[in-house]
Design a protein. Structure first.
Length: 436
């Protein structure tokens, strides 16, 4: 099956084909035909399964090839990073159309975003706070919205955005088409759907217990020691077949320090955490997506919404808070039909927390194996070449400077005679010994 079989317009199919996107994923295959009829729907699928095109293509279909100016469709996402990613995907699909897509999020100057709105953007992708802000300033008119999408609804709940989302619903017409996409369906999200959707079709493409098995991801759990972690990470990063890698840390300081340590060891790493400016965060993400930097060291909050399909390895530098956070982290790999590898370090102090995660997910690893950077099983488990060390560049050689007496200006400096006399002295001694 291809996208044209689903009723997607030829110009959109051509745009997708140019980027090598020809066959729809299951969530797209099921959601697109339903959404194109104007029916409200709930799409439930794990992160990284192609939900963006699942709602994005029906929106472009509804707007038409030459839509009138002004906001007609609204996509609400939980994070700035996801807003940028969604807009990029939609711009790709709409590259053969006159549709304008505005990206609205906080942490960036208003001018550029206002310019997009004033130019008549028809499709708005944004985060709740900035959307409400611009609406209150009368800069964003949502009174003519025909389609509204809530993406990553469960993450909205986690970040406390549901009250803001309800405000945004109240700014839009009651007769709009509403689509809600989420990896999980907590009670609060179900209540939200009942309140703001009209007899939605519920599409679920993954088994409810799929997260417990994660058959497409090989998981390795090691009891590591704090002073040896950086060395272990550096050796894992030299495993055969390793591609893009995401390393999760607990704190912003940890992310920054580990990134600096890896760069010093010669690895192309970049950081992503809350202490960075928005421009720096976008630069890091762009470098990671493009492959210029193949290692992303991030805190979990900062990494929410990262949608990169070709991540081969995930490393949990610290144990996640709970089983849901664990699944969210390792779900960054093994996406879009690919396989992946997830490595988790468990400190001595985190054994109890790991015990709860292990029990909840039935991983059968109650006692992680004690692991050092020199452990043989580390090399065999992760296909690390024998003899690998934790550095891919040589440490810079620092030359020691010796103090010498100042010479009068213009006087030539003679070569160090000690370096000349010693070899000559050895030759004389050799000749004397021979004559005796």
């Amino acid at each position: 099956m291809n996208f044209s079989d689903l009723g997607v317009a030829e110009d959109i199919c051509e745009a997708l084909t140019k980027k090598g996107i020809t066959s729809p994923f299951p969530i797209q295959e099921q959601a697109i035909p339903v959404a194109m009829t104007g029916q409200d729907l709930i799409g439930q699928a794990k992160t990284g399964t192609g939900k963006t095109l699942g709602f994005g293509l029906p929106i472009l279909h509804k707007l038409g090839a030459n839509p009138a100016l002004g906001a007609k469709a609204l996509v609400v996402v939980p994070t700035r990073e996801l807003a940028i990613q969604v807009a990029e995907d939609l711009n790709l699909a709409a590259s053969n159309r006159a549709t304008q897509i505005a990206v609205i999020y906080g942490g960036k100057a208003y001018e550029g975003q206002l310019a997009q709105l004033e130019a008549g953007a028809q499709l708005i992708v944004g985060t709740p706070g900035r959307l409400i802000d611009l609406h209150n300033q009368r800069k964003l008119d949502l009174s003519k919205i025909e389609v509204m999408v809530l993406d990553e609804a469960d993450k909205m709940l986690d970040l406390g955005f549901l009250p803001d989302v309800e405000k945004l619903f109240s700014y839009t017409p009651a007769h709009r088409q509403t689509m809600l996409f989420s990896a999980t369906m907590p009670g609060e999200i179900v209540t939200l759907a009942r309140r703001y959707q009209n007899k939605p079709v519920h599409i679920r493409v993954n088994d409810p217990d799929e997260g417990h098995t994660k058959a497409d991801i090989k998981q390795f759990i090691y009891r590591a020691h704090a002073l040896d972690k950086d060395e272990v990470v550096a050796r894992i990063l030299q495993a055969e077949g390793r591609g893009k890698t995401v390393i999760f840390t607990k704190t912003k300081r940890q992310a920054g320090n580990l990134c600096e340590a890896l760069i010093e060891r010669g690895f192309p790493a970049t950081a992503l955490h809350g202490d960075m400016s928005q421009e720096a965060r976008e630069r890091s993400l762009n470098n990671f997506r493009s492959g210029k930097k193949e290692i992303l060291v991030a805190t979990e909050v900062a990494a929410r919404g990262i949608d990169v399909d070709d991540v081969s390895h995930v490393i949990n530098y610290t144990v996640p808070e709970d089983d849901k956070a664990y699944l969210h982290r390792i779900g960054r790999t093994g996406r879009a039909g690919r396989t992946g590898i997830a490595v988790t370090f468990v400190d001595w102090d985190d054994l109890t927390r790991w015990g709860h995660i292990n029990q909840a997910l039935e991983l059968n690893v109650p006692e992680p194996v004690e692991t050092y950077s020199s452990s043989e099983h580390l090399y065999s488990d992760l296909s690390i070449p024998v003899g690998t060390k934790g550095r891919i560049n040589k440490a810079p050689v620092v030359k020691k400077e010796t103090s010498k007496p100042n010479k009068p200006s213009g006087q030539k400096t003679k070569p160090d005679s000690a370096n000349i006399r010693k070899p000559r002295q050895r030759i004389r001694n050799y000749k004397n010994n021979q004559s005796e």
